[in-house]
Design a protein around this ligand. Sequence first.
Ligand code: SAH
Length: 218
Amino acid sequence: MTDDPEETTAERKMRFLFQLRTRGVTDPRVLEAMENIDRGLFVRGQFADRAYEDTPLPIPCGQTISQPSVVGLMTQALAIGARDTVLEVGTGSGYQAAILSGLCRRVYTLDRHRRLVQEAEAIFTQLGLYNIIAQIADGSRGLPDQAPFDRILVTAAAEDPPGPLLAQLKIGGIMVVPVGQSDAVQTLIRVTRTETGFDYDELRQVRFVPLVEGLGQT
Ligand code: SAH
């Protein structure tokens, strides 16, 4: 499905939301948050005209902006409360963080690439999303200074849910993370921290770029 140049902004928005609903994003708060954030701001260059398609697209540093329906399904699976503090690992373009921003009190988002964090921050400022704090960091270690978190979203695939992230989840907290080998289909899982341990449930098959330890060169 390619974008029709004759299509108006309102029509394009309607089609974008329709695609999300047909792929299982049904939570009205999540749909509203996604309606409020223009994905076109987060995709630049030769792929910009495909921003409203339900597909992942390349962004700088060899990374990808996730597929909108997957962003919606992950956000929905987190069942975010308005007073929650959310940690996102993998800022990428900043699109997912911008959507989280509309649903909770504060978002911390980490990426190992300086360029991605700086470009995302510029968009957050442009949009007035002042409850997002973006940092250059190895997110596989989490953010111990601000822990524990109500919700954690990992948008890069790990072989297992990283131990430091599990440790930084509040009791009753939820983490959503794709697990599996980076070159294979991965499973999106939801981890809920209980008084005594962790409950795991499998949500769906996904494909994400890998979670890589250490900081990037750019
Ligand atoms: N959520 C993003 C898409 C993320 S793509 C969006 O909405 O656009 C995955 C991102 O995870 C990449 O930007 C990659 O640089 C980052 N990443 C991979 N390993 C990481 C790590 N250990 N710490 C922080 N970020 C990491």
